[in-house]
Ligand binder design. Structure first.
Ligand SMILES: NC(=O)c1ccc[n+]([C@@H]2O[C@H](COP(=O)([O-])OP(=O)(O)OC[C@H]3O[C@@H](n4cnc5c(N)ncnc54)[C@H](O)[C@@H]3O)[C@@H](O)[C@H]2O)c1
Length: 256
């Protein structure tokens, strides 16, 4: 149920990659906490169903179909939000794709290009239009979805690791640049989370799920909602003195 006294009440928020996994969970958590949510991803049917679900629970939501790797789609998403709801207060730049678990020397250039296009250029595209919109209304809060792969190395995932380190770099650079103008920029760094990316990853790599559990002090993977809760907190005034951090949400994975 949508909560008009929630910690995001009255906020206008954009969530990218909202058609599944962590993004869909974030759309629900943000709406539950009172935000109006604008969802962007590439799969219209899933977005439409999620908007309907949020509205049925008393929330405000809208969607548009777009590819964050294209600057014009990122611009359209921000323009749509401002035209429809008046401003942009918060953004969760979550859209991203995984790697294909191939040793670096055997990996094709097309894998590198695809990962960099979505994970780095996508965040770059969104960040810049979001910042422009937030500067016009005096500030806001942005959260980028990095990964534990943005903080430490993961074998056989070199382009993914490089892309997520770049997301952390963009986060820190933007945080430093706009702190004085009322914009906070942080990242979440999730550990392995049960979503389409990991279901596919585990299906293609027998034994990997148990291995991941064994490498995680809490002994399990995350539910998408656990990452969404951290992103919602970082987008809210409850984290008003936090900027430029990449916060692990990883069951202790990076702390060993
Ligand atoms: N699942 C994990 O274990 C894990 C761990 C760390 C970080 N992450 C990050 O979390 C984010 C969300 O992933 P997820 O696990 O929920 O997987 P997911 O595949 O369920 O969700 C990814 C979402 O991004 C969308 N998307 C992908 N490319 C896009 C593009 N170019 N334009 C617009 N939308 C696009 C997909 O349609 C989908 O909605 C990603 O950035 C991923 O790297 C995931």
């Amino acid at each position: 149920m949508n909560d008009n006294s929630g910690f995001l009440a009255g906020r206008i928020a954009l969530v990218t990659g909202a058609s599944s996994g962590i993004g869909a969970a974030a759309a629900r958590v943000f709406a539950r906490e009172g935000a109006t949510v604008v969802l962007i991803a590439r799969r219209e049917e899933k977005l439409a169903a999620l908007v309907e679900e949020i509205q049925a629970a008393g929330g405000r939501a809208a969607y548009l179909v777009g590819d964050v790797a294209k600057p014009q789609d990122a611009e359209r998403a921000v323009d749509f939000t401002v035209e429809r709801f008046g401003r942009l207060d918060a953004a969760f730049n979550n859209a991203g794709i995984g790697g294909d678990q191939t040793p670096m020397h055997l990996m094709g250039d097309e894998v590198y290009d695809a990962i960099m296009d979505t994970n780095v250029r996508g965040v770059w595209n969104c960040l810049r239009y979001e910042i422009r919109a937030m500067l016009a209304t005096g500030g806001g809060a942005i959260v980028n979805n990095a990964s534990v792969g943005g903080l430490v190395a993961i074998p056989a995932a070199a382009p993914y690791v490089a892309s997520k380190h770049a997301v952390v770099g963009l986060t820190r650079a933007a945080a430093a640049e706009y702190a004085g103008q009322g914009i906070r920029v942080n990242a979440v760094a999730p550990g392995t989370t049960r979503s389409e990316i990991t279901v596919d990853w585990f299906a293609r790599n027998p034994g990997l799920e148990d291995l991941v559990h064994g490498m995680t002090p809490q002994g399990r993977t995350a539910a998408p909602e656990e990452i969404a809760e951290a992103a919602a907190w970082l987008c809210s005034d409850r984290s008003s003195f936090v900027t430029g951090v990449a916060m692990p949400v990883d069951g202790g994975f990076c702390n060993q």
